[in-house]
Design a protein around this ligand. Structure first.
Ligand code: SAM
Ligand code: SF4
Length: 355
């Protein structure tokens, strides 16, 4: 415990110290979680902010080996939400005082897609008198596209690096994916002035504690404003499924993700961190647990119900049967159970932004 207390009193860790923290069990693991919880409450308080998640489309040009909606998966029924439906659910978010929405989709790169998103952003801003915050997560695009969407009203962008070790990155992203291009996208987003978010999956086959420690150092080095980390959850229709025998049990992937959130909260006390939906795919109280150890953002799913089953990135994705209203009531209760309150009507921007 002496060694642990000494490490926990710092906010900069060596790689070896991070690996040590990731390996904690029993009362020492509890001490880590108590510390990260205290640091969060002291730095950014107990508010949890909503980003109403709209899963625009599951059409994707990419083939990430872990993802259920990858281009080559022929068993996916592909959809595209209409603009009217996007505006309708954005209005639901606005009427219910969700401070922000988040538009997410498979990766598409075309002038028509760019234009469609630009027009949608303008309409969403117009509908809410500019007051609804907008996060987007639409993959890798060129800088001019990012700039156009920023000018149209998006102000936060989420682009997970997925794994910061380039060798592992290429293992999961063969073909024409480029690690360097993904990095360059993150740099471009920061240059333009987005609140920039990245993140990783935890518990992928072949990933080690060494890799995860490097992931946390990567996020600190990139000086991002927001982070979304979630456990890897397998999907039977993906090439990575054949390595399922190499995976940690789901509960261990879950606990490892909690430790990643807790350690990053100590390293970057004032960033925004998402309690990822994938946490709940493993543990029914997964997102509450993530909030307790350091997360402060929830993404209630407001995608129209008829599409939800088709945005299956992984198996056992929660809330695919719920209407947006059910999700709202259930989430608020969950936030209260975790001893927190919902920041209704507030953007809840990253306090790290602009520093
Ligand atoms: N297409 C965009 C992109 O990849 O950046 C945004 C949407 S993508 C579906 C959102 C995130 O889902 C990815 O960044 C990835 O981390 C996560 N994801 C995909 N497959 C997953 C899986 N099997 N388990 C957990 N998370 C997964
Ligand atoms: Fe497409 Fe994103 Fe899935 Fe990769 S993770 S296949 S880019 S939706």
């Amino acid at each position: 415990m002496i060694q642990l207390n000494e490490i926990l009193s710092k906010n900069e860790f060596t790689k070896e110290e991070i690996i040590y923290l990731l390996s904690l069990e029993g009362p020492e693991k509890t001490a880590l979680f108590e510390k990260s919880s205290a640091v969060k409450l002291a730095t950014i308080g107990n508010k949890v902010y909503y980003r109403g998640l709209i899963e625009l489309s599951n059409v994707c040009s990419k083939d990430c080996l872990y993802c259920g909606i990858r281009n080559s998966n022929e068993n996916v029924h592909r959809y595209n939400i209409t603009d009217e439906e996007v505006l309708e659910v954005s209005k639901f978010a606005w009427d219910n005082k969700y401070g922000s929405i988040a538009l997410q989709s498979g990766e598409l790169r075309s002038p028509a897609f760019t234009k469609r998103i630009t027009n949608l952003l303008k309409k969403i801003k117009e509908m809410s008198n500019g007051e609804l915050g907008v996060t987007i997560s639409l993959g890798e695009q060129d800088e001019a596209t990012y700039q156009e969407w920023f000018d149209a009203g998006a102000h936060r962008y989420l682009l997970r690096i997925e794994v910061s070790n380039p060798a592992l990155y290429y293992k999961y992203h063969p073909g024409d994916h480029s690690y360097e291009e993904r990095l360059e996208c993150l740099r471009a987003l920061k240059r333009i002035g987005y609140q920039t978010g990245t993140g990783v999956m935890v518990g992928l086959p072949f990933q080690t504690l060494d890799d995860l420690a490097d992931d946390l150092l990567f996020m600190k080095d990139m000086d991002v404003h927001m982070v979304g980390m979630g456990p890897f959850v397998e999907h039977h229709d993906t090439p990575l499924y054949k390595y399922s025998n190499l995976l940690l049990p789901k509960e261990e992937r879950f606990t490892l993700t909690l430790k990643m959130i807790a350690i990053l909260r100590l390293m970057m006390p004032d960033i925004n961190m998402v309690a990822a939906t994938a946490m709940q795919a493993i543990d029914p109280l997964g997102r509450e647990k993530a909030i307790k150890v350091g997360a402060n953002i929830l993404m209630p799913n407001i995608t129209p119900g008829k599409y939800r089953d088709d945005y299956k990135l992984y198996e056992n994705k929660p809330c695919t049967d719920d209407a947006a209203e059910d999700c709202k009531n259930c989430l608020e209760a969950r936030v209260h159970i975790a001893g927190h309150e919902v920041g209704y009507g507030e953007w809840g921007d990253s306090k790290h932004f602009g520093k």
